[in-house]
Design a protein around this ligand. Structure first.
Ligand code: PMP
Length: 369
């Protein structure tokens, strides 16, 4: 079956092979007589699904042994509260605001942390550029520094994580990697905690991934709900409460799909990263080479995952979207806060999908220029 290309920012396209396998196993998982949604999370069948998903993710992302992988619920927005509930005891919480999502994060943290500082911001550039880490001053004794490593709406991405040690700080770095998790390798030596919702690169909505350095566990504020206390979640292998079993299962299938990816000498996340680089280059080059479309993000921090762009003549937006839909190019409308268009080209988007979009960009320009 050929399907349209889906450029949704999330929930987003899932590899067809994953959907097909989930469909095939829907009524009877591996001869158990049960679908995964119907299984006890404590039964041996689901435990095997959970353990494989965790091990595959650890391997794919190269997560070191002194980090815990937690499968939680509540999405990225709940983590905006859960992180300060767990980590803000030591001192000020620092934020670098680079777009809509980190802006939301710093606002939420104010409910729980006694001191919140925005130590750098991309606001002056209209969030089209990232503030250079060399200019950041981390608060003394900060409990952590939060960044959004890929801003889904504004389309800016940290291509290198900041090195807080080089800035003279021991504070752990917290990254919201919701919208580029598993699209590239992660330098864990620079990270204290990473979180992200699954619904862009990992699987269905409802599952939240948290990867946390062990020494950061056990510091939750007394008001922290038990189900959101990282120590309790870790000690119970993400089964203090019933975990999002379906989400973990589909994410597990996605991890197996990722492990099978090959690109030249690369495999797994390194392979998908190569493909993501090629996809992003193809699309940005087409936009830059045209007089008809524009992307406003600084070249050194353009997101490989989320590409916002504008028609220079915005009166043609509706015609552009209608024509795209006719050609099987779905969900290209930009976020309402930014306007224009946005193509989200996560792991599940093949190069052929980006090529189809680029062909359409040229065709629409020729007809309308
Ligand atoms: N952070 C980022 C970077 C996101 O893209 C999103 C969702 N688009 C969120 C946080 C919020 O995630 P959720 O809706 O799962 O709470």
């Amino acid at each position: 079956m050929t399907r349209p290309y889906n450029f949704s920012a999330g929930p987003a396209a899932i590899p067809p092979e994953v959907l097909e396998q989930a469909a095939a196993e829907m009524l009877d998982w591996h001869g158990s007589g049960m679908g995964v949604m119907e299984m006890s999370h404590r039964g041996k069948e689901f435990i095997s699904i959970y353990e494989a998903a965790e091990a595959d993710l650890r391997e794919l992302l190269g997560v070191p042994a002194h980090f815990k992988i937690l499968f939680m619920q509540g999405g990225g927005l709940a983590e905006n509260a859960i992180v300060p509930l767990n980590l803000s005891r030591a001192g000020a919480v620092d934020f670098v605001v680079t777009g809509s999502w980190s802006q939301k994060s710093q606002k939420e943290a104010r409910k729980y942390a006694s001191e919140v500082n925005v130590i750098a911001s991309g606001e002056d550039s209209g969030f089209t550029a990232l503030p250079d880490p060399a200019g950041w001053t981390v608060s003394r004794g900060a409990s952590y520094v939060h960044i959004c490593s890929n801003e889904t709406i504004n389309g800016v991405e940290f291509h290198q994580l900041p090195d807080l040690k080089a800035l003279g700080s021991d504070a752990p770095l917290v990254i919201d990697f919701s919208s580029h998790v598993a699209s590239r390798t992660v330098d864990w030596s620079r990270v204290g905690l990473a979180f992200g919702g699954a619904q862009k690169n990992l699987g269905p909505a409802g599952l939240t991934l948290v990867v946390v350095r062990e020494d950061l566990l056990g510091q939750a504020l007394p008001i922290c709900p038990s189900a959101f206390d990282y120590r309790i979640v870790a000690d119970n292998h993400s089964m203090y409460n019933t975990p999002p079993t379906w989400g973990i299962y589909v994410a597990g299938l996605t991890f197996q799909w990722l492990k099978r990816q090959r690109e030249g000498a690369h495999s797994g996340v390194a392979a998908i990263e190569q493909r993501n680089i090629a996809k992003a280059r193809l699309l940005y080059d087409a936009i830059d080479q045209s007089q008809f479309y524009v992307n406003k993000v600084a070249a050194n921090c353009r997101s490989r995952m989320n590409v916002p762009f504008f028609l220079r003549d915005e009166s043609r937006n509706d015609a552009f979207l209608a024509g795209a839909k006719e050609r099987g190019l779905l969900q290209l409308k930009g976020h309402k806060s930014v306007g224009g268009m946005r193509a989200s080209i996560y792991n599940a988007m093949p190069l052929a999908g980006v090529q189809a979009l680029v062909d359409y960009l040229r065709e629409f320009e020729q007809k309308n220029a």
